[in-house]
Design a protein around this ligand. Structure first.
Ligand SMILES: *Cc1c(COP(=O)(O)O)cnc(C)c1O
Length: 299
């Protein structure tokens, strides 16, 4: 496949995603102002942080002469779906290596069906094989099978992805004292923290259980992207609600209430956990009165 002529339009810089100030009683009581950074509106086909993370990777694939994009994900991965959509928009072939060979030959779930409809070749592998996703021998085998490709790691987080998220921090300059973001791999936090003004900070809320390990990953991603640490960031690992894609009754009730009050029902896998974290930190007195908190609506 060859890149299509509308490539520049699809990849061009986009206007900053909107900021939406909302009035939240629970936060107002402790003097905290909340704005939502509506990254879910950043791109019509590639909403949220996935567009920011993919943009420079897509440009690299196109510059390499239109190489296929190959990436990894679980059966419900937003990242696989976004990569497939990007490939369709740009006329790039995409290959998704999917965790779980038991899925092969079964009807596709809606997420994978969407990716397949966008032209992604799905390659199901065992969990043991999937764990080798960064192993050079394993990648060489994939290259033999699918031809040369531009590799985007699981969750889309590499140095180019981190660089693509710096703008998210820049767009928040002058608008927020503290920025809150949900973390899967931490790539978005790594970039966003680098774009903030001096004296401003970012808090990441891992959605996986035991997400403390992300601190090392984020430091490594920043070293790859910038040559060293950047920005003031920290993690609060208390709000995973049981683990990735797990939901507690409290989380569900909180998300429904937020939707009723503010007209935006947050996604339960990521955004709701972050918002619950912000609410809890505010109630714990973690933010001085007058603090402006920006919550990134990543999807
Ligand atoms: C993928 C995703 C994230 C996680 O981003 P990382 O850069 O991997 O930390 C957060 N929110 C939403 C909605 C996502 O789809």
């Amino acid at each position: 496949m060859r890149p299509t002529a509308d490539l520049p339009a699809a990849l061009e810089e986009r206007p900053p995603s909107p900021l939406q100030e909302i009035h939240d009683e629970a936060l107002a009581r402790v003097g905290v102002r909340l704005v939502l950074k509506r990254d879910d509106l950043v791109h019509p086909d590639l909403p949220g942080n996935k567009w920011r993370k993919l943009r420079l990777n897509l440009a690299a694939a196109v510059e390499s002469g239109g190489q296929a994009l190959l990436t990894f994900g679980g059966a419900y991965s937003n990242h696989l779906r976004a990569t497939a959509a990007a490939g369709r928009m740009l006329g790039l072939a995409t290959v998704g290596v999917v965790r779980g060979d038991e899925l092969a030959g079964r009807p596709l779930n809606p997420s994978l069906a969407r990716a397949a409809a966008d032209g992604m070749r799905l390659h199901f592998v065992t969990r043991a094989a999937y764990r080798r996703k960064t192993d050079p021998d394993f990648l060489a085998g994939l290259e033999e099978r699918f031809g040369a490709f531009h590799l985007v790691p699981e969750g889309g987080s590499n140095a180019l992805a981190v660089l693509g998220c710096v703008d998210l921090g820049r767009e928040l300059r002058g608008h927020a004292d503290v920025v809150a973001v949900a973390c899967g791999t931490g790539g978005t936090l790594a970039g966003l923290a680098a774009g903030l003004d001096d004296g401003r900070r970012a808090i990441g809320f891992p959605v996986l259980k035991g997400g403390g390990f992300l601190a090392d990953d984020i430091a490594r991603l920043q070293a790859e992207a910038f040559g060293g640490p950047r920005g003031d960031w920290s993690l609060d690992t208390r709000f995973h609600c049981g683990g990735y894609a797990r939901v507690t009754p409290r989380l569900r009730a909180f998300a429904e209430e937020f939707g009723r009050l503010h007209g935006l029902t947050p996604d339960l896998t990521y955004v709701a956990k972050m918002l619950l974290g912000v609410r809890t930190l505010a109630e714990e007195g973690a933010f001085a009165p007058g603090t402006r908190v920006a919550a990134v609506i990543t999807g």
